[in-house]
Design a protein around this ligand. Structure first.
Ligand SMILES: [Cu+2]
Length: 391
């Protein structure tokens, strides 16, 4: 008897050591800096061993408590006491405490991080989508709170007891009709209003809309405005070179007055249509304050239009933040400097927009034309060399 327990313990000890060795060695391997030179192993920090020992200690303490309780219960059962009801009471109380903690955490989350939400939508359709979001949140929020109160409170109130017997209730047709029909109607209303709003947002842009060409590249946005003719010149990917970054076709007379900007200026209360493109990989033009987002796909033009309703100055007052600025960001993880792909958007009144517009100069001049031709020659030469090398 003694021998067998001892050998079993030894076996367990061996298994435990093997497990610890595998776990620790693989964790150590993962914890190393992949860029570090192999000759200079990174010293392990004290934190690693501290937390590993803490974890082992916690597991052991838990195991000891578990075994002690089991032994106590066994003696109680042997003495003829019913142990089951005691645990039902404890579990019921734990449910109640957990439920209260759960709701407190939700309240904390809303209160703390709710303040970091976006300010009011600065576009017409943005207000509509926000309204949809709020309606959905109210419906689902009420259901969420009610069902969770019932879940935690009922688990406490109707915990197992020797005095009560469960009531057998097979089914109720009326009840089933109610709890199928009511959610079905509510969801149908939500889906229908969502579909209607989306159809509204994605209608073709009005004729008079300001047209902008926005191209994503690793890692910047290239913004082109139509010049005084208000028509963007065409572009073709075959014309892309180091100078003509988006491949604008300058033989098209609509292109010669186009200009590029580092900041997007938009006149308030006028529709603006964005023509999106990408030079290399997928990007996503994200303008959170206008509730606008559209993927920018290489080789596939995409568009989105909206009408800004609040100028930058007005928003600075509303948000009580004198440094507030609207932004165009990239919402697709497109590479190492993805986080830095941003352009400031300035929404101004008509007069300020006209003043800004008057200061912009067409990109295409004699000088740039020369540069584009030179870059094109260089590109073709490089292409020839590449073909020769392949042959
Ligand atoms: Cu990007």
């Amino acid at each position: 008897m003694k021998y067998s327990i001892l050998s079993k313990m030894k076996l367990n000890l061996k298994a435990l050591s093997a497990f610890a060795l595998i776990t620790l060695s693989s964790t150590i391997a993962l914890a190393q800096d992949p860029n570090a030179l192999p000759t200079e192993p990174k010293p392990l920090s004290i934190d690693f061993w501290f937390y590993t020992l803490l974890l082992i200690a916690a597991v052991l303490v838990f195991a000891v408590i578990n075994k002690t309780v089991k032994a106590l219960e066994l003696t109680q059962t042997l003495n003829g006491k019913d142990v089951g009801n005691k645990w039902n009471k404890i579990n019921g109380v734990i449910f109640l405490i957990f439920g209260l903690g759960f709701f407190s955490a939700i309240f904390w989350e809303f209160n703390t991080h709710g303040r970091q939400l976006l300010p009011e939508a600065a576009s017409i359709h943005g207000a509509q989508t926000d309204y949809l979001f709020n309606i959905t949140l109210i419906f689902t929020g009420v259901v969420f709170v009610l069902t969770h109160i019932l879940l935690f409170f009922f688990a406490f109130k109707y915990k197992g007891s020797g005095k009560r017997k469960a009531f057998f209730y097979s089914h109720n047709d009326k009840l089933e009709v109610y709890w199928t029909l009511i959610p079905a109607i509510v969801l149908a209303v939500l889906v229908f209003s969502g579909w209607k709003t989306w159809t509204n947002i994605t209608t073709p842009a009005p004729q008079e809309a300001l047209q902008l060409d926005v191209t994503g590249k690793q890692f910047a946005w290239i913004v082109r405005y139509p010049g005084t003719d208000k028509v963007l010149g065409t572009k073709a990917f075959k014309l892309v070179n180091d100078v003509n970054e988006t491949g604008v076709n300058y033989n098209d007379k609509n292109a010669t007055d186009d200009f590029f900007t580092r900041e997007i200026y938009l006149p308030v209360n006028r529709p603006v249509k964005f023509n999106f493109g990408a030079r290399d990989v997928l990007h996503s033009a994200y303008m959170p304050h206008f509730r606008a987002q559209m993927n920018c796909v290489p080789g596939m033009p995409t568009t989105f239009w909206f009408t800004p309703t609040i100028t930058t100055d007005e928003m600075r007052v509303k948000t009580n933040d004198p440094k507030f600025d609207y932004l165009l960001l990239c919402a697709k993880i497109c590479g190492t400097a993805h986080y830095n792909m941003q352009v400031k958007i300035v929404v101004v009144d008509d007069a300020a927009y006209a003043t800004w517009l008057a200061t912009q100069k067409p990109y295409y001049t004699e000088e740039t034309a020369k540069q584009i031709t030179e870059a094109e020659v260089a590109r073709m030469k490089a292409e020839e060399e590449r073909k020769l090398a392949l042959n």
